[in-house]
Design a protein around this ligand. Structure first.
Ligand SMILES: O=C(O)CCC(=O)C(=O)O
Ligand SMILES: [Fe+2]
Length: 331
């Protein structure tokens, strides 16, 4: 990690771009926003962003590369002071508030988050989620307050992103375009590396066994029939991954239920709660950290909290059978 990295238990590593670094990113992103076809789902635009992303500031490239090698104790990288609006002073539009909102047209912010994620892996989306868009809006939607999705505004339980899916994303990028005017919303993240030492031996063992089932959200079809039972802490016992969604994962027996409850308590104790401000990009390693969101009070007047979300996957070949015509959408 570079000198600007901050490492305390409750705030993940952060890289704050300098003014000149921010300008470099801004020039690159403003140019991409105008680069034909200027459509975020178009593979030609993605190619242009991928090429341009090699010109991101050196320190940012080095930090992303180091994070890909090992996502550290928190499994989260926070990059701050990124541009989210064009340098020519054009104002951002109002925060969208419709269900399933996505960002199909290229923009400065869409280019910034896509460029950063393309340095971590291949950007992907899911046909059955947010209409397969690569750049998605995380905004509160009227009438969906209590939904356990990113359209809600009541507490969103900690989860592995798309936990049920065999080809879940390896990384999730969340770029803050507009901050929550109520000041309440927090992106919450918690890593299994921080949690593991606080778990009992018994919970560790039970959580490493195939004693849990994770449901798909109603919008996803599971082709292969019922999902198989899985472990919540798969992998190396001393440094496992975490695979759980506290809304959608169900223990198969009492001991498994107790272990899951213990894990939830421990994860809460090691949670970082981030009040994102414009230009903050939180990258979550979806193997090592779970994330969720505190409750907040939307206004639905165009000034609400607004994030762009982009997923990245590390293995383009592994997902190929699911990507029609070698596109970026898993279906
Ligand atoms: O709103 C947030 O901070 C995170 C929501 C979330 O879990 C997601 O978009 O995947
Ligand atoms: Fe999520």
């Amino acid at each position: 990690m570079t000198q600007t990295s901050v490492e305390t238990t409750l705030s993940p590593a952060a890289l704050v771009l300098t003014g000149p670094e921010r300008e470099v990113v801004g020039e690159l992103a403003d140019h991409l926003a105008k680069t034909g076809p200027a459509a975020t789902d178009d593979l030609d635009w993605i190619r242009a962003v991928r090429n341009a992303s090699a010109g991101l500031p050196r320190r940012l490239l080095a930090e992303l590369r180091a994070f890909r090698h090992d996502a550290g104790p928190d499994g989260v990288l926070l990059i701050r002071n990124l541009p989210v609006a064009p340098a020519d002073g054009t104002r951002l539009p109002s925060t969208p508030s419709h269900a399933g909102s996505v960002e199909r047209t290229a923009s400065t912010a869409a280019a910034v988050v896509t460029a950063a994620m393309l340095q971590l892996g291949e950007v992907i989306a899911y046909r059955n989620e947010k209409s397969g868009a690569l750049v998605q809006n995380v905004v509160p939607v009227p009438g969906q307050e209590s939904q356990q999705s990113n359209a809600g505004s009541e507490l969103l339980e900690m989860h592995t992103e798309n936990a049920f899916h065999n080809n879940r994303p390896d990384y999730i990028g969340l770029l803050c375009v507009r901050e929550d005017p109520s000041g309440e919303a927090r992106l919450c993240t918690a890593s299994v590396r921080r949690a593991l030492p606080l778990l009992s031996e018994r919970a560790r063992r039970v959580l490493s066994e195939d004693r849990f089932l994770t449901e798909a959200p109603p919008s996803f079809e599971i082709r292969e029939g019922a999902a198989p039972a899985h472990a919540i802490l798969p992998g190396a016992p001393e440094d496992p991954n975490v695979l759980v969604d506290f809304h959608a994962t169900h223990p198969l027996d009492n001991e498994a239920r107790e272990a899951m409850a213990e894990l939830r308590d421990v994860l809460i104790r090691v949670t970082s709660a981030l009040a994102l401000t414009p230009g903050d990009l939180a990258v979550v390693d979806n193997r090592l950290a779970v994330h969720g969101r505190s409750s907040f009070s939307p206004r639905y007047d165009g000034t609400d909290r607004w994030l762009h979300r982009v997923y990245a996957s590390l293995d383009n070949r592994r997902t190929r059978p699911l990507r029609h015509a070698a596109g970026a959408v898993l279906g």
